[in-house]
Write a protein that binds this ligand. Sequence first.
Ligand code: FES
Length: 66
Amino acid sequence: MLCPCSGTRKSKILALYQQGVTDLESISLRTGACSGCGGCEADMLAFLAECAEAAAEAPISGAGRA
Ligand code: FES
């Protein structure tokens, strides 16, 4: 659980990220994460950085042409 206040899990954040919702404010608006105590903000930003790294290492398949 990434944000216990809102019940937001990493899987939800990842799903949103993959849909193009990549900034904390937009994710917060959609999930309620970071809108309670705020204690998850550092973890949320770290996880978004992980998502960005993963996306950079494994670009969407089909993006390039052979
Ligand atoms: S843990 Fe996310 S707002 Fe409290």
